[in-house]
Write a protein that binds this ligand. Structure first.
Ligand code: 5GP
Length: 188
């Protein structure tokens, strides 16, 4: 049964559709990395934790998991400011096949920062797997190698994504009611 929360205006992507797409993404990633010894999945906290858990459990290639946490400051409205690392990886990535796992790309600043930061650590390869893309809001042109869904410019929650650290465990992607959104509480 779908849990519907009173803060949610509508369901944008339902649970079955998400699960089907995650399965397809895992299949594609497994094919692409079939020749490699191991993939290092780098999940970006907190928003990617559920996506990463589901994706990783469907992979048919050997993989390890690590996490980074970022914070952006200078937030105004829904725009991201400068990005900084608040929790780094526990292992070096040099020589490894790194797959960044992100919940959503909005302006692109976060993914751009991650690409530059991790590229400087000389991985064998670096790609990104992103659940949601708000392409209309892009400020920096960043490549997304594996994408779940393109979505419109609305604030979404569920399946790992939050508003003020709430709604992360909804099994679907929902649009938050406009009256609820005040960007003072944005949290990754
Ligand atoms: P970017 O740096 O691409 O502008 O922002 C990426 C980050 O912004 C995401 O990792 C996420 O934390 C946050 N973000 C952007 N749009 C949304 C949204 O609609 N819902 C939620 N929960 N987070 C968002």
């Amino acid at each position: 049964m779908t849990r519907k929360n009173s803060d949610i205006d509508r369901v944008l992507i339902d649970e079955a559709t998400i699960q089907q797409r995650v399965c397809e993404l895992a299949h594609q990633v497994s094919e692409d990395y079939a020749e490699e010894d191991e993939v290092l999945l780098v999940g970006i906290l907190k928003g990617a934790f559920i996506f990463l858990a589901d994706l990783a459990r469907q992979l048919q290639v050997r993989h390890a998991v690590d996490f980074m946490a970022l914070s952006s400051y200078g937030l105004s409205g829904a725009a991201s400011g400068a990005v900084r690392i608040i929790m780094d990886l526990r292992q070096p990535v040099e020589g490894k096949h790194v797959l960044l796992v992100e919940d959503i790309v909005d302006t692109g600043l976060t993914l751009d920062y991650l690409n530059k930061t991790l590229e400087s650590r000389r991985p064998a390869s670096l790609r990104s797997c992103v659940l949601l893309d708000k392409a209309a809001r892009r400020e920096v042109d960043v490549p997304i190698d594996y994408l779940g869904f393109e979505i419109p410019d609305v604030w979404v929650v569920g399946y790992g994504l939050d508003y003020a650290d709430q709604h992360r465990t909804l099994p679907y992607i929902g649009v938050l009611r406009r009256e609820v959104v005040s960007f003072d509480h944005q949290d990754r």
